[in-house]
Design a protein. Sequence first.
Length: 182
Amino acid sequence: MNKDDIRRRVRARKRLLSEAERNSAARLVFSRLEQLAAFGMSERILMYHSLPDELSTHEFLNKWKNMKRFFLPRVNGLDLEVLPYEATSLRAGAFHIEEPAGDDLTDASTMELVVVPAVAYDKNGNRVGRGKGYYDRLLSRTNAFKVGVAYDFQLFDEVEISEFDIPVDMVITESYTIVHKR
């Protein structure tokens, strides 16, 4: 199945989720993330501020914001910048994603853990994004442990990849934690 077919299939499946199913899945996935040694040992964590169709990060960010240093990406042209997370400084940015405001840019290479959204993952950590390559360019600038988070139905046996695609080290869904550190 090619990337466009996967995107259509996942988008259709997400539309069938109830609010209760979305909330339950997010709690399960982020509870699994909290139990990781990589999470416990990391102080500087690059997260994402979820869109309505993604696993919600809002409750998780709020829970840990006083104990961990979270950072969020912000679109700048074709790249993602990294800025500190502060709930009160978020503004609607590119693609209607809430992004950090300000000029306090942080080097992606200083992150210890990166939590990565995607349309789909395979069991080897390869990911299908939304098609613009933003996260691949960002992930190429860090050696942090990379954790993909997704609903169970976003996990495929294999996804199409290109030479520029950057895989994650682990994928967490409601039912699975798959490690594939290279």
